[in-house]
Design a protein around this ligand. Structure first.
Ligand SMILES: Nc1ncnc2c1[nH]c(=O)n2[C@H]1C[C@H](O)[C@@H](COP(=O)(O)OP(=O)(O)OP(=O)(O)O)O1
Length: 190
């Protein structure tokens, strides 16, 4: 049921906590917040992820996304980033909101997460991302696709990705120290 949520997390209705933990008691402080998006295609037992070839999160698999530009809504930014990073257009719908604070970055990340079950266009590799399909049925021996590579993704993803795949809206926060270790986390269904 509804109780307090971590600083930076906005929840207007009720929520049910699903995962929390960490080696420290308090949350990291933050002053500025920047808006980001992250978007996924999930269809027919598979999910499209991108291997990040450069920049923040290099060498990790993630959805497609980036900063929301000043003149854009988060949805417009998510659609644009999907086109820029994977070459496709998708009817994205918001499915979650995450908040991240990194010890060595001067702003917190407010990330709207989007998903679509269809797309148009041809998936292409770009300068930033190498797209690839992964099976959403973890461990299903019949799938020809590899399972979602959680060990090569941001450490928080394993907590909220199952809610995304189950179609359950979610919120959450995670704090990271300088070496990229996740030191505290909290995730809930809404
Ligand atoms: N901890 C964590 N888990 C899952 N996803 C993310 C994080 N931290 C993150 O930043 N992200 C997501 C949010 C965005 O989708 C990307 C980061 O965007 P990036 O492409 O680095 O942003 P910019 O460099 O500003 O990119 P452009 O706007 O220029 O495309 O990772």
């Amino acid at each position: 049921m509804s109780a307090s949520v971590p600083p930076g997390v906005v929840c207007e209705g009720s929520h049910t906590e699903k995962h929390s933990g960490g080696a420290v008691d308090g949350w990291l402080a933050f002053e500025k917040v920047k808006l980001y998006t992250n978007a996924f295609i999930v269809e027919e037992g598979r999910i499209l992820l991108g291997y990040k070839k450069r920049g923040f999160g290099k060498d990790l698999y993630n959805g497609f996304g980036g900063k929301v530009e000043p003149q854009e809504t988060p949805l417009e930014a998510a659609v644009r980033e999907m086109q820029e990073e994977a070459g496709i257009t998708a009817p994205l719908k918001k499915c979650g909101t995450l908040f991240f604070v990194c010890e060595d970055i001067d702003h917190a990340f407010h990330i709207d997460i989007f998903v679509a079950d269809e797309y148009t266009g041809a998936i292409i590799e770009t300068d930033e991302m190498r797209p690839g399909w992964f099976s959403t049925s973890q461990g299903a021996p019949s799938s020809e696709l590899p399972p979602i590579p959680y060990s090569r993704m941001w450490a928080d993803d394993v907590f909220w990705m199952p809610m995304l795949l189950a179609g359950k809206p979610f919120i959450g926060r995670a704090d990271f120290v300088q070496d990229g270790t996740m030191q505290k986390w909290w995730f809930a269904e809404v």
